[in-house]
Write a protein that binds this ligand. Structure first.
Ligand SMILES: [Zn+2]
Length: 119
């Protein structure tokens, strides 16, 4: 079954569409994100400990609305076929640096136990 995933990780909104047998599975996406998030911090150091802690999540209606709208667009396009959208890309939009936004293809990992091609 095709699936979509999205969220806002200030200042970046992120949405992606995936298709069974065509794109990375949930396990591959999880590993891809973990690798991208790996900042080679010393043990016991979390990213949260390095950033200022806000009393609330920085998402607001201005950042949540386009994130959810693009996710809904992916879901409706998958259900209706209009417009046809190739699955397997994550679309990140950095609301601070729009010029830094580009689709990122997320491929299956050959060693993935769920969808990989290696025995
Ligand atoms: Zn996989």
């Amino acid at each position: 079954m095709p699936w979509v995933v999205g969220g806002y990780h200030g200042p970046t909104m992120s949405d992606s569409l995936h298709g069974p047998g065509q794109t990375a599975c949930w396990e591959c996406l999880h590993d891809h994100r973990a690798e991208q998030a790996d900042m080679r911090l010393p043990p016991e150091t979390t990213l949260e400990s390095l950033a200022p802690q806000l009393p609330r999540h920085p998402v607001n209606i201005i950042s949540a609305t386009p994130t959810g709208t693009l996710l809904t667009h992916f879901a409706l396009a998958t259900l209706t076929g209009a417009p046809p959208i190739e699955p397997g890309f994550r679309y990140d939009v950095n609301l601070v640096r729009l010029d830094a936004s580009a689709p990122d293809r997320i491929t299956s990992r050959p060693d993935c136990p769920a969808c990989g091609s290696s025995p």
